[in-house]
Write a protein that binds this ligand. Structure first.
Ligand SMILES: Cc1cc2nc3c(=O)[nH]c(=O)nc-3n(C[C@H](O)[C@H](O)[C@H](O)COP(=O)(O)O)c2cc1C
Ligand code: SF4
Length: 386
């Protein structure tokens, strides 16, 4: 018998009095609200899972006359489309979440870095921005928000290359440290958060940390939007509590013949059927920015792997050797094994290369190429070589 997934309806709940919530936070005080965020357990929804309260606290406490708030709406992870849905249906909550961050950390300017393909959302966002700016002015808060458009590079979703791109430079990651909280846009302390994270801060302002942390598990508090696609019985964006197993997810969304689920997009992990029951979706298992791709037995895992490798080879910014050369070699390597130009044992050499990339690459792109590679080779080797 199928287990019921725990659905929530917070992000897309129709009415939220953002103006009244901001007034409440102003009464409560900046430090008290940061404590609320810390108590709520909210972790960033962009994938890396950094505690949001801590990020805001560091920026607030960093001494600088100029600070910025940036919303990462680049949403380039294959299979992820939940931010588009939020920006379409809950744009007010996003811009108010940014105003809240600005009030807490002391920023007067902010930017929404919008994926180039989402340009059609520009007018809607501009209206939400104007509405928010007028309301907060009446509350005595001075905060200006601008839209910046990306140009289709996956790497520009990585926060440091996003900030480089915003400043008019090539969209390439910079070394961390320094982190954007200390040295961000134009070298000033900057809060960079995902679209969904900003909405969650407003939800916490509304329901409080005690209610919020009743959702999910101890390690993965709150609810999460999942972008569900592939061979499923229903696809789309769903808001669920974290902490479910892949088995529970498949019972609800699969087509009855699911052989694998790619959790977290191209940079995530491929979970095979035998692992469904003991793999948890959340920080205690596999964390995800929300992409859930379901594959049934008609799919070739070789094709899926090749597809991801082509993606990474194209999207690597080429700045560091392990990633630039590694992505090319992994792709050439699996193709060579498939064509029987290399022995089966060559896959083990490629696994070693993927492992080296994890430790030697400069940013999260190169470091995560090995996730899908390793999980597909290890679990579906017979589909790569036969
Ligand atoms: C290659 C790469 C692409 C990324 N793309 C996105 C993205 O599209 N949206 C996003 O919010 N975070 C993305 N991130 C994560 C950001 O670097 C950053 O951690 C995030 O915006 C912080 O916000 P959060 O704490 O609210 O999650 C990406 C990271 C990497 C390495
Ligand atoms: S890991 Fe890849 S994407 Fe990141 S800096 Fe190096 S080459 Fe660029």
């Amino acid at each position: 018998m199928a287990t019921q997934l725990k659905r929530t309806e917070l992000i897309f709940k129709e009415y939220m009095d953002c103006n009244a919530l901001m007034k409440n936070v102003m009464k409560m005080g900046r430090d008290a609200f940061i404590q609320e965020l810390l108590d709520s357990g909210l972790k960033g929804r962009g994938g890396a899972g950094f505690p949001t309260g801590l990020k805001w606290k560091i920026v607030k406490e960093t001494n600088s006359d100029v600070k910025y708030v940036v919303c990462n709406a680049d949403e380039g992870e294959p299979g992820t489309f939940k931010d588009r849905e939020i920006l379409t249906k809950a744009s007010d909550k996003v811009v108010w979440g940014m105003a809240l961050a600005a009030y807490i950390v002391g920023a007067k300017e902010g930017f929404i870095y919008l994926r180039g393909e989402y340009k059609f959302l520009g007018t809607k966002l501009r209206i939400a921005i104007d509405r928010m700016e007028n309301s907060i002015r009446a509350l005595g808060i001075n905060f200006k928000l601008e839209l910046v458009f990306g140009a289709g590079a996956y790497i520009c979703g990585e926060e440091t290359s996003l900030l480089q791109s915003m400043a008019g430079h090539r969209g390439e990651p910079t070394n961390k440290p320094p982190f954007p909280v200390n040295w961000g846009y134009l070298g000033k302390p900057t809060v960079v958060n995902n679209v969904e994270t900003f909405v969650n801060t407003m939800i916490i302002a509304e329901i409080g940390s005690a209610e919020y942390k009743k959702l999910g598990t101890k390690a993965s508090q709150g609810s999460k939007l999942f972008s569900v696609s592939g061979d499923c019985c229903k696809e789309g964006v769903f808001e669920l509590e974290m902490g479910m197993t892949v088995q529970e997810f498949v019972e609800e969304f699969g087509d009855g013949d699911t052989k694998a689920v790619q959790v977290g997009g191209a940079s995530g992990f491929c979970v095979p059927r035998k692992e469904f029951a003991n793999t948890i979706i959340g920080y205690e298992g596999i964390p995800t920015g929300g992409s859930m791709k379901v594959f049934n037995s008609s799919r070739s895992m070789y094709n899926i792997l090749e597809n991801y490798l082509v993606f990474f080879e194209e999207e690597s910014c080429g700045q560091c050797t392990p990633c630039r050369v590694g992505t090319q070699q992994l792709l050439r390597g699996v193709r060579a094994v498939k064509r029987k130009e290399k022995p089966k044992s060559y896959l083990d050499e490629l696994l070693k290369l993927a492992n080296t990339m994890k430790y030697a690459s400069k940013c999260g792109l190169g470091r995560s190429v090995g996730n899908a590679f390793k999980s597909i080779i290890e679990n579906f080797r017979e589909e790569i070589v036969y």
